[in-house]
Structure formats: C-alpha cells, structure tokens
Ligand binder design. Structure first.
Ligand code: SF4
Length: 408
C-alpha cells in the first residue's frame, strides 16, 4: 500500500498533463538532442540501421558505439548485405566490441528478416521480438524509432528517470504501466514536429522532416527520454534545475530526485581460474574455435580453461602439454557479465606442427594475420603476454623471465 501511495503522488495523472509533459520534452529535445551517427533527422530511420545501432548499444557505451557504428554500416550497408555475409566477416567487424553473441544474433536476425519476412521488418514490438537477439527493449526502440509505434523502450536510464517522475522504486509493479502511459496519447496535434521558419526561429535542427500526415513523433519521444536520462536525469546528481519536465516530476519538484531510481548494488562477481597456452611453431600460433553456442561462441582463442566447466579434447590436450613443457609468461584477468576470469598463461614453442592440430576447429594462424580475424579481447590479452605476437592488451600480472626453454 505504501508503494501505491508513492505512485499516487504522480503529477502526470491526466491526459492533459501527459500531453504537456510530452510537449515540453519534445521542445527540449529539438534544441538539445545528442548528435549520434545513427540518428537521422530528415526522414524516419531505416529499421535496419536502428537494429544495428540498438544491438551495438546493448552492453557497450554510446561513445564506443559512435566510434564503430560508421565502419560497421559501411561494411554492411543494408540488411541484404549483412544477411549474405559470412559469419566470420561479421565477427571480424565486431572484434573488440565484446559480447560476440550480439554479432551472431544480428547476423541471424538479418537472415531471418530476409527469409521469413521477405526482407521487410515486422513493425510491432511483438513481431520484432521474434528476431534473434531482439528483446523487449530493442523491439520497442525499433518499433518507436523506425515505425513511430507508441511505445517507450525502457532501459536503465529510462527506468531511473521514471522512478523519479513517479516517485517510486524501480521495482514498483506499477511503474512500467506508468511509463507506457506517456507514449499513448489520443491527440497528436501538440506533438507534431514544429514547422517554424528557420530564419526567424533558429534551432539546432531547424527543418524537421515534412510529412503529409501529422506524425505522433513517437520515435522522437522515445529518443528524447533516452537523452533526458543520459544528459539531465543523471544517476547520482540529477540536474533538476535544467530539467525541462521538472514541474511534472514527483521527486525532482520537491528536491528529492536523487533519492529515487538507484539500482540495487550488484553482487560481487565470482572468480574462475584457468590456464591458457600460447602454442607457437615458427611464426604461427595455434587457435581453437569455440563451440558455436555459448560464451564467445564461434570465436577463435588460444587453448584455455576456465570459460566452461569442461574443455574440448583439443583444448584439454594443449593445457596438459602447456603446463608440463611451457614457460609461464603472465597472468590475464578478464571480466564477463557473470564472472571474472583469471588465467595463468604458458608459452609453448614447438619445432614441428603435430598432425592432430589440423582439425576443423583448430587453426595455425600467421601472427601477422591476427588482426584480420575475429579475435575477442580476451584472446588479445592472452596473446599480448608474449612480445611480437600482437599489439593486444598487456596482462596485469608480472611476466616471468624465461631462463631455459624445453622444446618438444
Ligand atoms: S526533475 Fe530532476 S529527478 Fe525529475 S526527471 Fe528532471 S532531472 Fe530527473
């Protein structure tokens, strides 16, 4: 009941208030929206571009995505180009972004749109959620931004903002309903794009795209909420004095913005320990492809343990040999969503290349070609434990100077 009373303190209870809120927010957005390479103001955005940007933005900061988005869409400029590409090409373009399952899902989603939907995206959040890697948030973002669907994509930023607007906890069962009520308005008149003369009313984006029918600006509204959460309604210190919707905010209007919207403290990640072996012969290094599904699925890595409970036979063989004959050359730490991995790394030099390493999942890669293949940052860290392999991230652990090297 206490929860109910807090939500009841909302200053957005009537349709007129919600319309006014929307108008204030869109007016602010027209002057202050973030310049991001995947945003296009002259026409509705193509669903493909929204899909790419939203998948990239899952678990990657906007500034990093901004630096990589252009390269990705130049390489795969259309849904067709992406669907027809090899997975290896996609994963290579994804290298360094982490969470490679996203790259695989994006590739499969493009193929599914081509095969199951004749190359045209489903237009509703429900239809979009049938695509691999497209969850509730991403589906809502595509539906709103590409198809003007009246829905708010709710991520951590918008959840925090909404918890403050309605002065309730992030976990409140009523909160989602309250957020979505902001997107659904019966009247569109006040929310249409402004058509002011740019000469007399200069704005950051003076010419909005003209349409025959008044648009509800649902895509802009969703992006305006995203920008408000990213620029004004900040996690620790919300900038209420600069907030265009402060008068509608149940928490901010009474100086209590920072009291709401905090995330529960994350539990410390468990630590897994393992071993990695740099198996080298001449100027080549042995990489083993991971199973297609699961963590770093389909990626190539030096043989290592710790990622899974069991190793493939190829990996188990090299771990045993590496620990027996290799030279310790460093320690690598890598953080995944659910655990932290600590690897002892061994350098194992061979004079000949065993026939058992010519299998489907094992490759000897020339060290000067390592930059051309999809190598996750964990792999680069491990390879960085010895000089002359790659310019990957150096390990945090101390390198031990090899005294003698056994060859086998
Ligand atoms: S008034 Fe403050 S707390 Fe409320 S939405 Fe604006 S910045 Fe956030």
């Amino acid at each position: 009941m206490a929860e109910q009373r807090k939500v009841g303190a909302s200053l957005l209870t009537t349709a007129a208030e919600r319309r006014q809120f929307r108008r204030s927010l869109l007016a602010w957005y027209d002057r202050n929206d973030r310049t991001l390479p995947w945003r296009k103001r002259s026409a509705p955005q193509a669903a493909y571009k929204v899909l790419v940007s939203e998948i990239l933005l899952q678990q990657t900061r906007a500034s990093v995505v901004a630096a990589r988005y252009g390269d990705f869409v130049r390489r795969f400029p259309s849904l067709k180009a992406l669907a027809e590409a090899d997975l290896d090409q996609v994963l290579t373009a994804w290298a360094g972004l982490g969470y490679y399952a996203r790259g695989r899902n994006l590739h499969r989603a493009a193929q599914q749109v081509r095969e199951d939907y004749g190359g045209r995206f489903p237009r509703t959040p429900e239809g979009l959620q049938t695509l691999p890697g497209v969850g509730r948030y991403t589906a809502a973002a595509i539906a709103a931004i590409a198809f003007e669907h009246p829905v708010v994509p709710v991520d951590g930023n918008i959840l925090r903002l909404a918890a403050r607007l309605f002065a309730c906890s992030r976990e409140s069962p009523l909160l989602m309903e309250q957020i979505q009520s902001l997107a659904v308005l019966s009247s569109t008149k006040q929310a249409t794009r402004p058509t002011t003369n740019p000469a007399t009313h200069p704005t950051k984006h003076p010419t909005k795209h003209p349409t025959k029918h008044p648009t509800k600006r649902n895509g802009d509204f969703a992006q305006a909420l995203m920008d408000l959460g990213a620029l004004i309604c900040l996690p620790a210190n919300p900038r209420c004095a600069a907030c265009p919707v402060a008068k509608f905010c149940a928490a901010g209007s009474v100086g209590k913005g920072a009291d709401y919207g905090a995330r529960a403290k994350p539990k410390p990640r468990p630590v897994r320990r393992g071993v990695a072996v740099l198996v080298r012969q001449g100027k080549r290094v042995l990489l083993v492809r991971r199973p297609a599904d699961g963590l770093l699925g389909g990626m190539r890595l030096p043989p290592m343990t710790g990622l899974d409970k069991t190793s493939t036979p190829e990996v188990a063989q090299w771990i045993t040999r590496g620990k027996k004959y290799g030279i310790p050359c460093g320690t690598v730490e890598h953080t995944f969503t659910h655990f932290r991995l600590v690897l002892r790394v061994f350098d194992l030099r061979l004079t000949t290349r065993p026939k058992t390493t010519q299998g489907k999942n094992t490759n000897w890669i020339a060290t000067n070609r390592l930059t051309e293949i999809a190598l996750p940052s964990l792999g680069r860290k491990v390879l960085g434990c010895t000089n002359g392999i790659t310019n990957g991230v150096q390990p945090k652990g101390r390198k031990k100077k090899p005294k003698s090297r056994k060859k086998q």
